[in-house]
Design a protein around this ligand. Structure first.
Ligand SMILES: Cc1cc2nc3c(=O)[nH]c(=O)nc-3n(C[C@H](O)[C@H](O)[C@H](O)COP(=O)(O)OP(=O)(O)OC[C@H]3O[C@@H](n4cnc5c(N)ncnc54)[C@H](O)[C@@H]3O)c2cc1C
Length: 295
């Protein structure tokens, strides 16, 4: 299918992009990697009169570490994140997750910012962003604001980013000593999207008990969420296999699951619990490994 006609704009700075978004309002759409927007335009689910291509704004492509934070520009592609030494050191679970998104073409073009703002309930990054306690920097007509990951994912294709706003960067605390993270998903065999996926980040204290635990679940409900019941069941306790299995059973409590031709609600709930158990077990194993290595 061929999209409806539109005016194409290619700003070189964030300020110029924001001016265009302000000028054209609801008639404008931001274009980043185009891996989600262009299919929707081709299917005529979206017909923006103005497309604002931010792909040439070099400042949005940077990945750096500063003052204990890993800072990733919204235009960093999945491949850049997967292969970045800084990401692999500071947030290895994020690099791993980028590497299981879609296929090589999608990973070469798709961006972190596009994947997050798009708000697909089956996307991989949201679970990891929640588990890593990320913050999102947004620039818009009313200035700059920062939104924590736990307030960002609101519903199907709905996030805290307003239409006139640009997501400029994502900030993540650099992984500490005795901390391990893992992401597990059951992929849709055609697209790679998560039928259900879970990310876990576990920090151990000197006695081997859980000092902190964060679990993000994607694909199950209308938006990714923190499985706080699981976290509470583990904090302060030694994460044995039995305790992890018991805690993971709480991962879908209170969640109304999505149901579509790919998976029933019941199957998604089951997968959400299984992926949580696997992610927790792997995260704990990695945290123990880092504790043994003194890092
Ligand atoms: C075949 C295929 C398989 C895929 N498999 C997976 C998968 O396994 N897991 C997964 O998580 N995803 C998957 N995806 C989605 C992929 O990750 C996309 O890259 C991502 O959803 C969109 O990123 P993008 O940069 O292409 O954004 P675009 O398509 O350019 O934009 C997406 C939306 O975000 C908005 N937007 C983009 N950037 C910004 C910004 N900085 N600020 C504000 N708004 C912005 C756009 O206006 C648009 O509404 C797949 C996609 C395809 C085509």
């Amino acid at each position: 299918m061929i999209p409806a006609g539109f005016a194409y704009h290619r700003p070189r700075t964030v300020q110029a992009a924001l001016r265009l978004l302000r000028a054209y309002g609801d008639a404008a759409k931001v274009l980043a990697g185009g891996q989600s927007l262009l299919p929707m335009m081709k299917l005529r689910l979206l017909e923006p009169a103005h497309v604002v291509d931010i792909g040439r704004i070099a400042s949005l492509r940077k990945i750096r570490v500063r003052d204990g934070w890993l800072i990733i520009g919204a235009l960093a592609t999945h491949w850049m994140i997967e292969s970045s030494p800084a990401v692999r050191r500071a947030a290895p679970v994020l690099a791993e997750t980028a590497g299981v998104i879609g296929d090589p073409q999608v990973r070469n073009l798709g961006t972190l910012g596009g994947a997050l703002v798009h708000g697909d309930p089956a996307a991989d990054y949201p679970a990891v962003m929640l588990a890593l306690d990320a913050e999102f920097a947004l620039d818009g007509p009313d200035g700059h604001r920062t939104v924590p990951a736990r307030e960002f994912f609101r519903g199907i294709m709905t996030t805290a980013a307003d239409p006139g706003e640009l997501l400029t960067e994502v900030r993540l605390p650099v992984s500490g000593t005795r901390v391990g993270g893992a992401y597990h998903k059951m992929p849709n065999p055609a697209s790679g999207f998560a039928l259900a996926g879970a990310a876990a980040v576990v920090g151990l204290d000197e006695t081997g008990r859980c000092a902190h635990v964060r679990v993000g679940v994607t694909g199950v409900g209308p938006a990714a969420y923190r499985a706080t019941g699981v976290e509470t069941a583990l904090v302060g306790r030694e994460p044995t296999d039995e305790l992890i299995a018991d805690a993971a059973r709480l991962a879908t409590d209170g969640i109304v699951a999505n149901e579509d031709p790919h998976a029933s609600a019941e199957y998604r709930l089951h997968l959400g619990r299984v992926m949580t158990r696997r992610a927790l077990a792997a995260a704990v194993e990695r945290a123990r490994g880092r504790a043994r290595g003194g890092r």
